[in-house]
Design a protein. Structure first.
Lengths: 208, 314
């Protein structure tokens, strides 16, 4: 209920009115799980925008995977991240136990799992190399489609380390779903390629 | 809110625009039937968006003063956001851009307060100086002039020019006569948009001589002159009936709107060409972005406004 209010009454007006989204290939968005949505990561707004792309009835299925060390760092943050944003926490940097357990369970329940394989928000509006967690997750669920989505402009609106949101129109490019591949390096290369191909014809104004 | 409680010019506008849109929809349906081989999806989308835009605009005018101010402020916000999203900006200037957004509520507040002098100078003088000051405090000199110049240009286009439409709507005749600013605003917006469409139609049917081939290859002299003639005719026919303008004043207003609309259109075209963009955005399917639609208004609104003020009857 709290999560519904947060996304319906706060996040949606924010992403659709304060920011404004230009969605390319909206028809490619999946209408049910299980699916692994893979996006580039520049801002806290990335998750908000991705979830706003889907109808509210899918909200219980939409689960962003987020770093436990950041999102669970104190009790309030942990409560807010788990109950309101609805994250699946993942331990970064080789902690004990199975880091992908939560995400894997969610996929088994036909959830739509959102993954940012860059690992952190990094420098705004720059795509860094993908971490291989997505391949390992795919390995456990080889039949589940993996769908790339490219986001542009959110790093301008709210970059890392800034608390002030400045409105910008943002571009969302939805890619075609792809299948998992046993060859890890080939898979990672293919995913990166598809991500880059999504924005090949796009024109972004310079931002230095 | 009942039909008879709506202001008279608005009732005529709803009926007039409604019938034009019904005719346009019928025409598109007829064309699709007669020429099944041709693709009219773009035209269909355009007409559909016209329906929505007209409904939102006329709907907003049915509200009180605050409704009109909020509508124009929101329009300015969308236009400024679109402008700032399409131009190159500097990362260091994020906070400056935030201040530029804050100019929107303040500018419309002056209108709400009826503070004419401040409404006129706030953006061209105070925001001009303030944004330069705020930018210099960041101490990033690389690209400084371009950053402050483009930001202020964007404010002038999307906030200052459009805000004249809100003031126009709230004008009252000084002698207490019947017929205020609402009719003037409706006349301005209707003639500006109709001018766009008729320049396009004249250009498509008779166009031979390119007007400004390097800026906008599809714009022709025939389109321009045919459009201006249509707009002047419509203005002389309609404006004396629905506003306090006389016949000769309506003729002048038609010329201002006809030529001003053309210039606004090509100025925004030049900006987009400079930025290597086709459309300014995607908010209005079939039209492009907000700036693509208000491009002609950004010239005609302040020009028509000051023409009306000059007549000294409001």
């Amino acid at each position: 209920m709290l999560r519904w209010c947060f996304y319906a009454l706060l996040v949606r007006p924010l992403t659709w009115i304060v920011l404004g989204l230009n969605v390319r290939h909206r028809e490619r968005l999946p209408t049910s799980g299980p699916v692994i949505l893979v996006a580039n990561h520049n801002s806290h707004l990335d998750t908000m925008v991705l979830i706003s792309l889907f109808p509210l009835r899918l909200l219980p299925k939409l689960r962003p995977v987020a770093a436990a060390d950041y999102f669970l760092k104190n009790r309030f943050m942990a409560w807010f991240s788990m109950k309101v944003i609805g994250i699946i926490p993942v331990a970064r940097g080789g902690a004990a136990g199975d880091p992908l357990e939560g995400a894997s369970d969610a996929i088994a329940r036909s959830d739509m799992v959102i993954l940012f394989p860059e690992g952190s928000r990094g420098e705004p509006e720059q795509l860094t190399g993908f971490k291989k967690g997505v391949w390992h997750l795919g390995k456990r669920h080889p039949g589940v489609p993996i769908q790339p989505v490219f986001l542009h402009g959110l790093g301008k609106a709210l970059p890392r380390g800034e608390a002030l949101l400045v409105p910008f129109f943002c571009d969302v490019f939805v890619g075609e779903p792809m299948a998992w591949m046993p060859d890890r390096d080939a898979f990672m290369k293919e995913l990166q390629c598809r991500m880059n191909a999504l924005v090949q014809d796009a024109h972004f104004p310079p931002w230095e | 809110m009942t039909w008879s409680s709506l202001p008279e010019p608005l009732r005529y506008a709803i009926l007039g625009v409604g019938s034009i849109l019904v005719a346009a929809s019928l025409l598109v349906a007829l064309l699709t039937l007669l020429k099944p081989a041709k693709d009219f999806s773009e035209l269909k989308l355009r007409v559909r968006t016209w329906w929505i835009m007209s409904a939102v605009f006329l709907g907003a005018l049915a509200f009180n003063r605050t409704g009109i101010l909020c509508f124009f402020a929101f329009l300015s916000f969308l236009a400024l956001k679109e402008f700032l999203s399409m131009i190159p900006t500097r990362r260091a200037d994020r906070r400056v851009l935030f201040w530029a957004y804050l100019a929107i509520p303040v500018q419309y507040l002056w209108i709400g307060m009826d503070w004419y002098g401040m409404f006129l100078v706030f953006i061209p003088v105070y925001m001009f100086l303030f944004l330069a000051m705020r930018t210099v405090l960041i101490q990033e000199t690389e690209g400084f002039l371009k950053a402050v110049g483009t930001l202020h240009w964007g404010l002038m286009v999307s906030v200052y020019a459009l805000s004249h439409g809100a003031w126009l709507a709230l004008l009252k005749p000084t002698n207490g006569a019947h017929g205020g600013g609402l009719g003037l605003l409706l006349m301005l917006v209707f003639l500006t948009q109709f001018n766009d469409v008729s320049q396009y139609i004249w250009g498509r049917t008779l166009g031979r001589t390119p007007a400004l081939p390097k800026v906008s290859p599809k714009k022709t002299m025939e389109g321009l002159l045919g459009g201006v003639a249509t707009t002047v005719t419509l203005s002389v026919l309609l404006a004396p009936r629905f506003t306090l303008l006389t016949k000769s004043e309506s003729l002048m207003a038609g010329l201002i709107i006809g030529f001003g609309g053309f210039i606004g259109d090509v100025v925004i075209s030049a900006v987009k060409r400079d930025l290597h963009l086709k459309d300014s955005g995607e908010l209005l399917p079939g039209h492009g972005g907000i700036l693509d639609r208000v491009d002609s208004l950004f010239f005609t609104t302040p020009l028509f406004f000051h023409f009306v003020k000059y007549l000294d009857r409001f």
